[in-house]
Design a protein around this ligand. Structure first.
Ligand SMILES: O=P(O)(O)OC[C@H]1O[C@](O)(CO)[C@@H](O)[C@@H]1O
Length: 504
């Protein structure tokens, strides 16, 4: 069956629902706020301001059921080869949960537990070595998750070591990170699943030379041989495995920067939060399953309402990196046009994910969200109990969070076109009790599972990323031309290189 045929009942529902304003959908269904909400552990999620009604939701749940969401999740958790194009499992759940009963999942779980013992020892060794700063060198999945978690969860007063991140190959990035650090009191973590990523290797060389010796050099990789060739002593290499995708790897020893910043117990509590979400997602039927609900809502917005972008708006400054993290998780996973069998998907897949932290963003791009011609569905994330003083600020923050979601949904009429707010702009509201490691773990696991279920609807592989290879290959070919040692084949690139050389 074509995906378009599969989704056509949704388009029929959308044509009907769009006759009624979102404000009226809410007003006409007094139980909607209660019934369109779910709580899982520390997360309350409300879908009451999505632009669907009970009839459309039924069609969405029927879609999830007809696609055997339950069985597909079971296959994921069991370690079946869900990464079809690379013929391997995607067993990130085994890094934190042992729910499946399948042999492979159980043995992966045991291996991961063992690796955490080594990880705890490395944390202790670094913290007790007189090191004050750690630079984590990695990019993409070897950077964004730990960077988010460290930024969200560590407090300058409690951190036992300061953790810095270096990802961009731009030498200014290295210069900036190293400027205030003392090489004799700094350790470097080289984080790369492949240990073949150019950016990480170049920055790794910078760090190795800057440190002067290898006694404070650590590696986290699935390719121990390459790390050793690079000069990382093997006894200071923590393992990764090919059954964990890069962007799903923060639960492994890739999370070492998190454990350094918040302690190993804090890191394990993040795993427990993810595990709680895993258990919910693995066990609950589609209509009570938060990941299924979130995924089906994404499909509704993309394929029934034709909305081409999705904003994520954390109303907590500590979560300001959540949009960056989700950009890789969602867009590298779902930015595909080919079905599992290689045929064309034939419908739109991932929208553009973007966003930023409120209330700052209210003063940058919110104007367009309220009155622009493009409707952008939003995921709001609020945190109810703050960890900071300044109670008045937090009350103001929460009032803005609630106000924006209300304004997007309801709008406000005016005879003056410039002062008219159309409303009808959908959003999901996530409220976390508090921003604990446990809650962050649960939130991230939720997004991971939602991404997987969206991939099931579109019949695409959420676990490969061949799209990023071409640019890397061309850059490798062009490096000699940039150095003036060769000519480029492409005429435009050749002209640009001539400009560069005249500007040097
Ligand atoms: O951990 P590695 O192997 O250095 O890869 C870094 C990142 O590069 C990618 O392969 C492409 O962006 C990501 O999927 C991965 O997270």
């Amino acid at each position: 069956m074509s995906i378009a045929d599969r989704l056509s009942p949704l388009r029929a529902e959308a044509a009907r629902v769009m006759q009624t304003s979102l404000r009226t959908l809410v007003a006409d269904d007094p139980d909607r706020a209660r019934d369109f909400a779910l709580r899982v552990g520390p997360i309350h999620a409300s879908f009451a301001r999505q632009r669907y009604d009970r009839g459309a939701l039924e069609a969405l749940f029927a879609l999830g059921e007809s696609l055997d969401f339950d069985a597909r999740l079971e296959a994921l958790f069991a370690g079946e080869h869900v990464n079809v194009t690379e013929a391997r499992p995607a067993l990130h759940t085994a890094l934190r949960s042992d729910l499946s009963g399948a042999e492979l999942a159980a043995s992966s779980h045991a291996v991961a537990r063992e690796a955490r013992v080594a990880m705890r020892a490395v944390v202790e060794a670094i913290v007790n070595s007189g090191v004050t700063d750690v630079v984590s060198v990695g990019i993409g999945g070897s950077d964004l998750g730990p960077r988010l978690a460290v930024d969200a969860l560590s407090s300058p007063s409690s951190a036992r070591v300061r953790v810095h991140f270096l990802s961009n190959v731009d030498g200014h990035a290295a210069q900036r990170v190293l400027a205030s650090l003392d090489p004799s009191r700094t350790a470097a973590l080289l984080v790369s699943k492949s240990f073949g990523t150019q950016e990480t290797l170049l920055n790794g060389c910078v760090l190795r030379d800057w440190l002067g010796d290898d006694t404070r050099l650590y590696g986290i990789t699935a390719n121990i041989e390459r790390a050793a060739q690079f000069g990382v002593p093997v006894e200071r290499v923590l393992p990764m495995w090919d059954w964990v995708g890069g962007r799903y790897s923060m639960w492994s020893s890739v999370g070492l920067p998190i454990a350094l910043a918040i302690g190993m117990d804090g890191f394990e509590s993040m795993l427990e939060g993810a595990c709680e979400m895993d258990a919910h997602v693995a066990r609950e039927p589609v209509r009570r399953n938060l990941a299924a609900w979130h995924a089906l809502t994404a499909v509704w917005n993309r394929n029934a309402l034709d909305l081409a972008s999705q904003a994520v708006l954390p109303y907590d400054d500590r979560l300001r990196l959540l949009p960056n993290y989700l950009q890789q998780l969602v867009m590298e996973s779902l930015g595909k046009s080919a079905r599992m069998d290689g045929s064309a998907v034939g419908v739109d897949t991932v929208p553009v994910w973007w966003g930023g932290a409120g209330t700052d963003t209210q003063h940058s791009f919110f104007q367009a969200l309220h009155q622009g011609t493009t409707v952008v569905p939003c995921d709001f994330v609020g945190v109810v109990q703050p960890d900071a003083p300044h109670r008045d600020n937090h009350d103001a923050l929460l009032s803005h969070l609630l106000a924006q979601s209300e304004a997007f949904a309801n709008g406000q009429n005016s005879d003056d076109a410039h002062r008219h707010y159309p409303g009808g702009r959908p959003s999901t509201m996530f409220l976390l009790d508090a921003l604990t490691p446990h809650a962050l773990g649960a939130l991230i696991a939720l997004y991971e599972h939602s991404v997987f279920l969206q991939s099931v609807v579109w019949d695409i592989n959420a676990f490969d990323q061949f799209g990023v290879e071409l640019g890397k290959q061309i850059a490798n070919r062009l490096l000699p031309a940039v150095r003036g040692e060769a000519m480029a084949d492409d005429p435009v690139t050749r002209a640009l290189l001539a400009e560069i050389s005249s500007m040097r």
